[in-house]
Design a binder for this molecule. Structure first.
Ligand code: SAH
Ligand code: SF4
Ligand code: F3S
Length: 512
């Protein structure tokens, strides 16, 4: 098809059936999720698809239409939203920040805790009136909540303002699903619970021009007993190194300054390759050679953190000295109940190894309080581990039972009051350590990647250190996207203030 025909085709409204037989695109779509299937981890090989193309008949479907995506949850979801935005643009839609003027509204949801889900249901409630006032607007639910049977049932029963539900494995099918939703009077549901493939060459619209996310693997096979992610994201599957390296090279060429490698458990990278012995340490070694100032990764599972990775990280350069290493609990018996597959001692050994190789590494963590059967003593073990490691920061959560997980069958027997009190005590400790960490920066020189004007105070610039500390200082806005050496003059609990000493050229990265 030449460009002219393509343009002509793009005038075709999707409500019109095309003359040719494109029946595969108009099959009634109705696949509901199954937690039972999502739990399976079979031997099927992962298929790599490198050829994402949108059928010409669907191009132009978005002409004169606007899309709005609201994203909940982790960076993985944020990045999926960038991919969906890329698909919308290819279909001819334009983005809008104003939900009232959108023709398609998508909620990219998170299922990690009950309050995350409640936020989504609250938001959906608001859309009832919007749909009544404008019945032509398409409302879709995607992301991790769509993978849950109970959520889909609840939406079917109570939220008939929803037009489409699709899962985390169905994002590449967005063009067909939108088309089906325009044609169908029924709610379109397509949620594959199978283990998932790897789909390359999906379009993306990245949110920023300085920092970018790059998926290195999908899914999770750890099955921590409290966690829904292995059911919502499928089995662990790694992208091929050459595809990742090429993407990072392209980002460097486009002027990006920082890449965050994404995966639920990045340390399991490469475990699934049958033809290749290649793990995260190898990948980081390759990415070290690329001319981009900063590379981060998240999230690390302590179990798969190997010595080679530590060795490579110790070479620094563009590999920053910040490691997010969720511990969840300081009690070995709790860790066992959580099926984390390491003990307190093993975690501490790993921390010691990391600190030996990278004495100034910033360690941060995630902690759950009030897991079933957690006693006061066991909680105290979490507090003592926190002090022993000296984390710079932590994300702390009250345990939330997730339907279908093994922990949901355990009795949730820690009273809410006790859970809240533990969380409060832990948060006080976290704040104490965060403030102390910040104070250590007084009068120090730090490398800052400048992002632009501070959102809170446009008089100053904002940027982050290699260890991810927010720094504000006075300077010209053309420093955005540059690396600068800043002397810290004042420390606060959550940010630092300083004065500009020097603007760096690309070669001097990691000199401090
Ligand atoms: N893959 C990451 C975690 C992703 S979820 C890892 O294993 O490190 C982010 C955090 O949410 C987890 O580290 C855990 O602390 C918290 N979390 C997960 N499930 C939870 C639940 N059911 N209740 C409370 N917190 C939970
Ligand atoms: Fe969830 Fe555990 Fe997998 Fe992290 S490693 S996503 S906590 S199952
Ligand atoms: Fe939430 Fe799914 Fe991420 S459950 S934390 S959006 S992987």
């Amino acid at each position: 098809m030449n460009e002219e025909q393509r343009l002509q085709n793009s005038q075709v409204k999707p409500l019109q059936k095309p003359e040719k037989d494109y029946s595969q695109y108009f099959q009634s779509v109705y696949v509901q999720p199954s937690l039972k299937d999502a739990k399976k981890r079979g031997k099927e090989e992962i298929t790599y698809h490198k050829d994402f193309v949108i059928d010409p008949v669907l191009l132009g479907m978005g002409k004169g239409r606007k899309f709005f995506i609201r994203t909940f949850g982790c960076q993985m979801n944020e990045h999926d939203t960038e991919v969906m935005a890329g698909i919308f643009l290819q279909l001819g839609y334009t983005p809008t920040e104003n939900v009232q003027e959108a023709n398609v509204i998508l909620l990219n949801t998170c299922a990690i805790r009950e309050n995350a889900e409640n936020k989504v249901f609250g938001e959906l409630g608001h859309y009832k009136k919007l749909k009544r006032d404008n019945p032509d607007v398409l409302i879709g639910v995607c992301g991790c909540m769509s993978q849950e049977e109970s959520v889909v049932k609840k939406i079917l029963k109570t939220y008939n303002q929803v037009d489409m539900i699709f899962g985390t494995h169905n994002i590449h099918r967005l063009p067909q699903l939108l088309n089906e939703a325009y044609l169908s009077k029924e709610m379109v549901i397509e949620v594959w619970s199978k283990e998932g493939d790897v789909i390359e060459s999906l379009p993306k619209v990245r949110r920023g021009e300085i920092k970018a996310w790059v998926n290195i693997m999908y899914g999770c096979d750890k099955f921590c007993t409290y966690c829904i992610v292995p059911y919502t994201r499928g089995k662990e599957r790694s992208r091929r190194p050459e595809d990742i390296i090429q993407e990072v090279r392209q980002l460097a060429a486009q002027g990006y300054k920082e890449v965050t490698l994404l995966g639920q458990n990045v340390n399991a990278y490469g475990k699934d390759f049958e033809d290749l012995s290649y793990r995260l340490g190898d990948l980081m070694e390759a990415l070290r050679q690329i001319d981009i100032p900063r590379i981060r990764f998240t999230t690390s599972h302590p179990r798969d953190f190997d010595d080679h990775l530590i060795e490579v990280l110790a070479k620094r350069g563009n590999l920053v000295e910040h490691i997010h290493l969720p511990v969840q609990s300081g009690s070995t018996s709790m860790l066992k109940l959580m099926a984390r597959k390491y003990s307190r001692e093993q975690y501490m050994d790993l921390v010691r190894k990391i600190k030996e190789a990278l004495p100034d590494a910033a360690l941060t963590t995630d902690i759950i309080v009030g897991f079933p059967n957690e006693t006061d003593e066991q909680f105290e073990e979490t507090m003592s581990l926190y002090r022993e490691v000296g984390f710079e920061h932590a994300f702390t959560y009250i345990y939330s039972p997730r339907e279908g997980t093994p922990a949901a069958k355990m009795e949730d027997n820690v009273p809410l009051e006790v859970k809240k009190e533990r969380l409060q005590r832990l948060n006080n400790l976290v704040n104490e350590f965060s403030a102390a960490t910040m104070q250590n920066y007084q009068d120090q020189l730090v490398e800052v990647l400048v992002e632009g004007e501070s959102r809170k105070n446009p008089e100053v610039l904002a940027g982050y250190t290699r260890t991810n500390k927010l720094v504000n200082f006075a300077g010209s806005t053309d420093l955005a996207g540059k690396l600068a050496i800043v002397k810290i003059t004042k420390t606060k609990t959550w940010s630092l203030e300083g004065e500009l000493i020097e603007v760096l050229s690309g070669q001097e990265v990691g000199v401090l």
